[in-house]
Design a protein around this ligand. Structure first.
Ligand code: SF4
Length: 202
């Protein structure tokens, strides 16, 4: 089984699932099997909450400033586990929790998941990925309709909950597209992060 938790750039990440609600042309999973200090992020099976707790507990959190849910899959595809682990982590360590997400969790789960996560998640990094729906569809290839609008709706609701929200796009976008994305983030009152991503073959 692949790693359930791993260290990357002095942060501890949880590799919650390999499930995803999209098929991004740039997804790092198409390129390599691991990130940072992990040996492999290909899980092979669905680990239990207890297995995740054991993996996370193996790190000394006096050296880290929180926990990030981000691995080879979309964390909100396992929202019940996400909630259980985040709740346990905050009770144990009293440190912030961030979820890196594609913003499609509400569609995937067919309900608004933000209220149930409100007490255990402090921050969201949301992959905007594109400045408009057409470009989003090209790059992300989501398995649901109106996905770009769904992402924006997820971001608006997280902001309304007063969560720390950052939107992100890829450096493979044109400068004009990055500027348009920055304008979207500005209108929402949040920062835009430009992720440096190696484009891979679809
Ligand atoms: S949303 Fe993330 S995990 Fe899913 S295909 Fe895109 S980059 Fe990969």
């Amino acid at each position: 089984m692949g790693d359930l938790a791993y260290e990357y750039k002095n942060q501890i990440y949880v590799n919650l699932t390999n499930k995803c609600s999209a098929d991004c042309i740039f997804c790092v999973r198409k390129k390599k099997h691991s990130i940072g200090a992990s040996a492999s992020l290909v899980l092979g099976k669905d680990p239990t909450v207890e297995e995740f707790k054991r993996a996370i507990s193996s790190y000394d959190f006096s050296n880290y400033d929180g926990l990030i849910f981000c691995g080879y899959g979309e964390p909100t595809c396992e929202v019940e586990k996400l909630f259980a682990i985040a709740k346990w982590f905050k009770e144990q360590y009293n440190l912030p929790v961030r979820v890196n997400t594609n913003g499609l969790g509400n569609v995937y789960n067919q309900r608004d998941i933000l209220p149930e996560l409100a007490s255990v998640v402090d921050a969201y990094s949301i992959s905007l990925n594109a400045p408009n729906a057409k470009r989003y569809e090209e790059l992300v290839r989501p398995n649901c309709p109106d996905a770009f609008e769904q992402v924006l709706g997820f971001a608006r609701e997280a902001i309304r909950q007063k969560k720390e929200v950052v939107l992100s796009v890829l450096s493979l976008l044109s400068p004009e597209e990055i500027e348009q994305s920055r304008q979207i983030a500005k209108e929402l009152g949040v920062m835009l992060k430009v992720r440096v991503t190696v484009q891979t073959q679809a």
